[in-house]
Design a protein around this ligand. Structure first.
Ligand code: UD1
Ligand code: MG
Length: 462
């Protein structure tokens, strides 16, 4: 196999994004654009990968880590100048070098492989990946001669009318003979409309030296889309979303309306799970088989086992075990762990708490910093009072406990197995096994109190 190297261009400012965030770190379906590019490049198994970084270099390096080497382009003088920064790392390499932009997040490894094959077949020193754009505005145009051979690439700002009308565009991906690339780059000048050193000029330089330069036109423009502004970012996201959703449906997941289902890259979903519209699944989320995720639910970095029913709820960094259910309108916050067959009903919030198997938290409750056993009934409106204004405290509840409605469980406190809390109690002391705790003022009825009320003489109240 031929020795292969890769250069990813990621030093440009991305002015057109009008953002504080560095362009290639803008996310498409949950991952920065440059991560998508690197992931596809990695699949082609290059010997060395060099990412060219500039402004915000630390952020890109922090994100990609040791998946790549880095070369700093201190000043953004153009794509040709950017590639030249990799010379110290790659100059002794024989074989191919592929150059890819960090802002083309939809390109796939299969397309790169086709480019390598085409380059090889043509015996070329440079091959450009091209596509036909419905609207080529903004892209470099591929200028071919009368018999269809590539002569040069002309940037949008340098085109004449005839060149501007060309719809075949440069995708910004190239395959070069490594040694030839760096030799030619030293001959690139900045005599153009933008005063930049264009990588694209290498094509004409090699042509003039009598080298073979080829252009491989990929069938689908969509995949080559370059993201320079927020409009393109939304378009790329839409294409990526469609790709992700199609894969899930092929794997046996029902998406009621794939156009309105937002699943990030890397989310796993088992077969026969049904997902309703306006569901957002993010980060490191795994959902099992035979689940139901109802309209309007958001699940982030969470693990949902098989047979779980989720109705219009938000789940973050939490776990739901087999057969449990939640919602509508409940919230699992970080480190909530919901046991098997557990029922979490409406308007409940669970945070940093473990709920044992078959326990029910049906309505309007807050459970924070607590460990609950199995087969518990938590009544309506129960609050685990975990915070004293300075510190969080833990509560523990044993198995087969009944906590009556509208009770407060003031931590630190422990309720042993088979205990019973009377409704409306404020529990501040531990409750021993099999005891009933009642902690509220006794009711007194004041006879004939009505007569003392000012309304007593009001005709309307009689
Ligand atoms: C570039 C191509 C254009 C092509 C388009 C495809 C050139 C001169 N033009 O234009 O022919 O149609 O991509 O999307 O190459 N970058 C650096 N350092 C720099 C400048 C840019 O690292 O000094 C990086 C950017 O971060 C980006 C990539 O190179 O990832 C492309 O730069 P960008 O400014 O987006 O070029 P385009 O105008 O899109
Ligand atoms: Mg671009």
């Amino acid at each position: 196999m031929v020795n292969k190297n890769a250069i990813i261009l990621a030093a440009g400012k991305g002015t057109r994004m009008k953002s504080k965030l560095y362009k290639v770190l803008h996310e498409v379906c949950g991952r920065p654009m440059v991560d998508h590019v690197l992931t596809q490049v990695e699949k082609t198994q290059p010997n060395q990968i060099v990412t060219i970084v500039g402004h915000g270099a630390e952020k890109v390096k922090d994100y990609l880590g040791d998946r790549s080497q880095y070369a700093l382009q201190a000043e953004q003088l153009g794509t040709g100048h950017a590639v030249l920064q990799a010379e110290p790392l790659l100059k002794d390499e024989e074989g191919l070098t592929i150059v890819v932009s960090g802002d083309t997040p939809l390109l796939t490894a299969e397309t790169f492989e086709k480019l390598f094959a085409y380059h090889h077949d043509k015996g070329a020193k440079a091959t450009v990946l091209t596509a036909t754009a419905p609207d080529p505005t903004g892209y470099g145009r591929i200028i071919r001669n009368d018999i269809g051979i590539v002569e040069k690439i002309v940037e949008q700002k340098d085109t004449n009318d005839k060149e501007a009308a060309v719809t075949e565009i440069n995708t910004g991906v190239y395959c070069f003979d490594n040694q030839t690339l760096f030799k030619a780059l030293h001959q690139v000048t900045n005599q153009n409309a933008q005063g930049e050193y264009y990588l694209t000029d290498v094509v004409e330089i090699l042509k003039n030296q009598g080298e073979i330069v080829a252009a491989y036109r990929m069938p689908h423009f969509e995949e080559s889309m370059g993201v320079n502004d927020r409009i393109a970012l939304s378009q790329a996201t839409k294409v990526m979303r469609h790709r992700i959703n199609t894969l899930h449906m092929q794997n046996g997941v029902t998406l009621i309306d794939p156009e309105a289902t937002y699943i990030e890259v890397g989310v796993e979903i088992g077969s026969d799970t049904i997902i309703e519209p306006n569901v957002v699944l993010k980060g490191n989320t795994k959902i099992g088989s035979d689940c139901f995720v109802g309209a309007g639910s958001t699940i982030i970095d969470s693990t949902i086992d098989d047979n779980v029913q989720i109705t219009s709820s938000t789940i973050e960094s939490a776990v739901m075990h087999t057969g449990s259910n939640i919602g509508p309108n409940s919230h699992l916050r970080p480190s909530a762990e919901i046991g098997e067959e557990v029922h979490i009903g409406n308007f409940c919030e669970i945070k940093n708490a473990k709920i044992g198997n078959r326990t029910k938290v049906g309505h309007l409750s807050y459970v924070g910093d607590a460990t609950l056993g199995t087969d518990i009934n938590v009544g309506c409106g129960v609050v685990f009072v975990n915070y004293d204004g300075v510190q969080k405290h833990q509560a523990t509840v044993g198995n087969h406990v009944f906590i009556g409605s509208n009770s407060n469980v003031v931590a630190p406190v422990a309720l042993a197995d088979h205990t019973f809390v009377a409704a409306g109690s404020t529990i501040t002391d531990d409750v021993p096994e099999k005891a009933m705790a009642i902690a509220r003022a006794r009711q007194t009825n004041k006879a004939d109190y009505w007569q003392k009320l000012p309304v007593a003489n009001d005709q309307d109240w009689q």
